[in-house]
Design a protein around this ligand. Sequence first.
Ligand SMILES: [Zn+2]
Length: 537
Amino acid sequence: MQHFFALIAFVLLSATFPASAQDEPIEVEGPLPQLSGLQAEVAQSVGDKQKLTQEIVDSLFSFSELGFQEFETQRYLTEILEDSGFTIERGVSGIPSSWWATWGSGKPVIALGSDVDGIPKSSQLPGVTYRQPMVEGAPGHGEGHNSGQAVNITAALAVKEIMERENLPGTIVLWPGIAEELVATKAWFARDGRYEGVDAVLFTHVDDEMNVSWGQPTGTGLISVEYTFHGVAAHGAVDPWKGKSALDAVELMNIAWNYRREHLHPLQRSHYVIVDGGDQPNVVPSEATVWYFIREMTADKIRENFAKLQRTAEGAAMMTDTTMSRRIVGAAYPRHFNKPIALAMYDNMRAVGMPEWSEDDQAFARAFQEFMEAEEVTGLRTELEPINEPLEIPESGGSDDIGDVSWNVPTVTMRFPSNIEGRTGHHWSSAIAMATPVAHKGATAGAKVLAATMLDLIQDESLVDDAWKYFREEQAPNETYVPFISDDDDPATEKNIRIMSEYKGRLQKFYYDPAKYDTYLEQLGIDYPQLTDPDAE
Ligand SMILES: [Zn+2]
């Protein structure tokens, strides 16, 4: 049914929508485009590199690193890139786990980005359709950020070979989305001028479909902020009247915000965790910290709600005779993606098509969807959806700090099909497929599209010109980009140190060894697809 409606939407859109700045109709019907020339060659070359793609996907999965602590990931990926002739700079923007890899010279400068960090408590055995942590309580890739760098590196290496052979000018930059789950680095990269001189940013993100969009997509921007209250300790029973409880301030702030929610616009999203609520009950907490995400659809509304939150925190401090300090932990501007690049990329998606899934892959996906009690058990997608047009009615949801990049350089996010529909976000179910043939094939398909689009930008100067024309004339006039962070905001690089130090030793035993095992599933002894739990009664 879903596909039927998609088809109708497809026909209507293609009949009525002007396509580009030049008002040509969007070519989304009729015979599929074919890759030809160097684009066809590069797609072939990406296919030949699928072993490397699989090894990167599986290795990052096994590292299971949280934001700001992606040090195994950094070591492993920068070694591959260095061996391939890229110049590496580590620790950019004061973020020790980050890097910037550059190869080539001259224009165009194409920068490929993808996130690398995992999700707390989402450790999960891959290739099975039941809950089984690899290390109980440990982080895992419960979003699938282990796959995007495989897409980017495979594409970059294939394009680099062709550029060398054909003497094509251009510079390839590869950078990581560090701590994306904390939305805490890309605005810093942008603030520090990392995207100056870049002609286009091609960002990649895992999904269960292959697609790209332009304009503002579904989702929000945000400010991530911690409020710490400072009070006075006292004995909880002997002389509590001497104490000023910082935890009381946190609780009163949260109560006030939860009342306030009713009077905020329904598209907002806001949520918090108490990261420090004191030490033990008989000591009045002298310090307590609450961490908020404030999300809205526009930068102005984010600022408006942030100001309300700030007053709420001030009020809580006043009520408890405590003092309050605040720290910006992350920021993400609402995204705006580039139309000419999105259209060129979508053409390549149509030419490359969805991966050829095996019967095992489909059986795995269907069993997973049944296990997750998905509304529809459809298996893996085999067809492209129509290109994502800008939404006429804004739709709330998550954020990504690629938003800040998208206001500095023409940017698109390519979504590639390495995961299964029916999963829950930020949850172990999103990790189950992420070191299986589903993830590997999806990453290879994505890398073909990405490589072909890189060559489009390298070979066709007018595409870069059109991208900047759209950026300057259609995107920029509607918004003045004023970053949410200032020069005084330092990246929150201490985040997740404690969790990773607790689990790293145990996770190391599960690191993938490509020298010994063809795949990670083989190393783990999983007979893919494992559709039932052998330990279940
Ligand atoms: Zn993500």
